[in-house]
Design a binder for this molecule. Structure first.
Ligand code: GLA
Length: 690
């Protein structure tokens, strides 16, 4: 199942919601669509264990056997994201509590506290029973632990665990008091018992406490995952184990750190924008997943129908094959985009384009939520490969076509995704910038990463997402957008990279604080002042509809700064307002490298030009310079060849210079390929071009 050159295709299949005659129709339709992997049992706990320690596995036995008979593999879930009603009644103390002390009740999902011993015990038990029964089932290809870890809790179990975690991190209370700057507002702790989770407060909460709580909760959820994983692995070490990541800046999970604990990174991606934005978001989500996966996720050997080969070395350098840094699009929506306030129907072709965009960026397949749309339940109108209308529908016909397309392009599976620019990302920066006491409410690490990524995506550069400390060999340019927190080690990482000849772009708000969110005094951007050759004296956040003109054209938004030159040369200046004539963008030679500082958020076009200038000066090149506007190009390479993925996001056919074989149609391409309107082309290149 996990051997290279084969893409996984399918979605969540919920036999517990349907009579068995529908299962048989399901597997026939799956065969028609060439589905080869389905996720089973994610929310089936109350059907598997209808009363404490009374199990009903007959239906799951029959469902898995049916899949096996039809050559369809299963990603079997542990159902721990939704404990049954009997559990909550028996253990009210394991129900989650909000920051303002409200205990939440049964009736939805995620009705547990991940730190509650009763919940953890019950979760381990059901995982162990499933492992015991199914670890050697011939249809089993993957364990899918839980679902989208991310919900928090503020109960006493959590507070106790938090104190334990803090003691391990800080050692003693003096160190904790210093890290959290508790002399401010009389918060000095003299006994561990005084320390609590960041409950609802009268006014602004302590930034260090908030940040540590996020880190602690990520570790707590990881511990809950790892307990189940270890049981599953012990039952059959050959079957890979993962959990599906939910994306979003609210998520208290450090996905990169988790990557070392999963066999492949699995992400659920649901774009929230409709026009154009969905494609940019898709590209970023896939680049993030690949970046996280390089922090450890590696598939191990599986034999039997779910068989895999060892994924390879993995590691933290760019250029790892997908097998060594494995990731999979585990959930996406076939025909809908969920935007604020409504569901938007994806236009014909968009589902395939989104899936191919993920595959182009290294996903080992394309999986959906969900196989068949349910008739009842809270998510009855969520999208599905088999919609309420049934298989005689546009969506299912597109699903069938996609199954065929994935088989045609599968030869690119496992090849390295080409990237010449690295963008820095850090979960803790995202969390730290959520504190309400910052100079502007519009500061958001993820949004700034997305803005830089969007500018480079539009300019056609392949990007990798990296974390502070990652190897940077092979990248022309490193971009650090709003990297607000920087430890001394991060400052040294940046210094060494530029000193050794690297090209760097740092944007506003970077390096301002240390890893505890304490401001580095003496001038911003504290950690990076020497490399950038600037000293920022003051921030000037802008109002929502404000923008300041820049020399050379374009405007700055959201944020501006008083930048003093300390070795750097001005590249652009503010051309209006109180900062008129003062530097807005600077460049500094440092060692053998070059470091740019951008003290405002340029409009998208100006940002694109600036980053393109910096990337070209650094020797980086777009993936396919001749691709027309609106056509996204991604190249993958391996010892077996190179593949150029072309995704046409416009409503007109577009011609792109290429030579080789177009895999979706099988056509030989001499000089140029025509990419259909809203469609895709994947060219096995005769001679990889630039
Ligand atoms: C998530 C969950 C699924 C479902 C979908 C709905 O990704 O994992 O259970 O709720 O969203 O879009």
């Amino acid at each position: 199942m996990w051997d290279e050159g084969r893409l996984r295709y399918g979605g969540d299949w919920n036999p517990e919601q349907w009579p068995e005659r529908v299962w048989r129709e399901d597997v026939d339709l799956m065969r028609r669509a060439r589905v080869n992997l389905v996720t089973v049992g994610v929310f089936a706990w109350s059907r598997l264990e209808p009363a404490p320690a009374r199990y009903d596995f007959d239906w799951l036995d029959r469902a898995l056997d049916l899949l096996g008979e039809h050559g369809i593999a299963a990603a079997l879930a542990t159902p721990t994201a939704s404990p049954p009603p009997w559990f909550s009644l028996a253990h009210p103390g394991a129900l989650p509590v909000t920051a303002d002390g409200v205990r939440l009740h049964h009736g939805s999902r995620d009705t547990y506290c991940a730190a509650a011993p009763a919940y953890r015990g019950a979760a381990r038990r059901i995982a162990a029973v499933l492992a015991d029964r199914y670890a050697h089932h011939p249809a089993l290809a993957l364990w899918h632990v839980h679902n989208e870890y991310g919900t928090t809790c503020h109960c006493e179990h959590t507070a106790t665990a938090f104190r334990r975690w803090l003691a391990a991190r800080h050692g003693d209370l003096d160190t904790l008091n210093a890290a959290w700057a508790t002399s401010f507002w009389s918060q000095h702790y003299s006994d561990w018992a005084q320390v609590s989770t960041p409950r609802a407060t009268q006014y602004l909460a302590n930034p260090g406490q908030l940040l540590d709580f996020r880190r602690f909760w990520s570790d707590t959820l990881l511990e809950a995952y790892a307990e189940q994983r270890d049981l599953l692995r012990a039952a059959n070490p050959a079957v890979p184990v993962t959990t599906n990541y939910v994306l979003g800046d609210w998520v208290p999970v450090d996905h990169a750190r988790w990557a070392a604990e999963v066999d492949l990174v699995a992400v659920d991606h649901y774009p929230s924008a409709v026009d154009g934005g969905a494609e940019e978001q898709t590209a970023l989500a896939a680049d993030l997943a690949r970046g996280w996966a390089r922090h450890g996720a590696r598939l191990r050997t599986v034999t039997g129908p779910g068989a895999t080969a060892d994924g390879g070395a993995g590691g933290r350098s760019p250029g790892d094959a997908a097998g060594g840094a494995a990731w999979l699009l585990m959930e996406s929506a076939p025909n809908l985009i969920y935007t604020a306030g409504r569901m938007h129907t994806k236009e014909p072709g968009r589902m395939a384009r989104h899936s191919l965009a993920h595959v182009a960026r290294g996903s080992r397949g394309a999986m959906y939520f969900q196989w068949r749309a349910p008739a009842g339940g809270a998510e009855r109108f969520h999208s599905a490969l088999v919609p309420h209308a049934g298989p005689d529908s546009r969506v299912f016909r597109e699903a069938v076509a996609l199954g065929e397309a994935l088989e045609r392009v599968a030869e690119a599976d496992g090849a390295t995704v080409e990237a010449s620019v690295a963008i820095g990302w850090d979960a803790a920066c995202g969390w730290a910038l959520q504190h309400p006491g910052l100079p502007s409410q519009r500061l958001n690490h993820h949004r700034e990463v997305a803005a830089a990524h969007r500018a480079l995506w539009r300019a056609g550069f392949g990007c990798d997402v990296v974390l502070p400390g990652d190897h940077l060999d092979g990248y022309g340019l490193l971009v650090l957008p709003a990297l607000y927190l920087a430890s001394d080690a991060t400052a040294e990482w940046v210094r060494a990279y530029v000193h050794g000849g690297g090209h760097l772009v740092v944007t506003w708000l970077s390096g301002v604080a240390d890893e505890h969110a304490r401001v580095r005094t003496g001038g911003y951007p504290g950690a990076f002042r020497d490399v950038l050759g600037v000293r920022v004296e003051e921030f000037h956040p802008l109002a929502d509809d404000d923008e300041l003109p820049l020399t050379g054209g374009g405007t700055g938004r959201i944020w501006t700064e008083t930048v003093r030159l300390a070795g750097a040369e001005p590249v652009r200046a503010y051309a209006g307002g109180v900062l008129a004539g003062q530097p807005a963008v600077t460049r500094h030679r440092y060692g053998a490298g070059t470091a740019w500082y951008v003290s405002t958020r340029p409009d998208d076009e100006t940002y694109g030009r600036l980053l393109t200038d910096a990337a070209l000066a650094a020797g980086a090149a777009p993936t396919c310079p001749a691709a027309p506007a609106g056509v996204e190009a991604v190249r993958r390479r391996s010892a077996r060849g190179s593949w150029l993925f072309l995704l046409n996001h416009t409503d007109r056919p577009r011609r792109v210079p290429a030579a080789g074989v177009e895999l979706l149609t099988g056509a030989a391409i001499d000089t140029a390929v025509e990419v259909p309107a809203g469609g895709a082309a994947v060219v096995r290149e005769a001679a990889p071009g630039r």
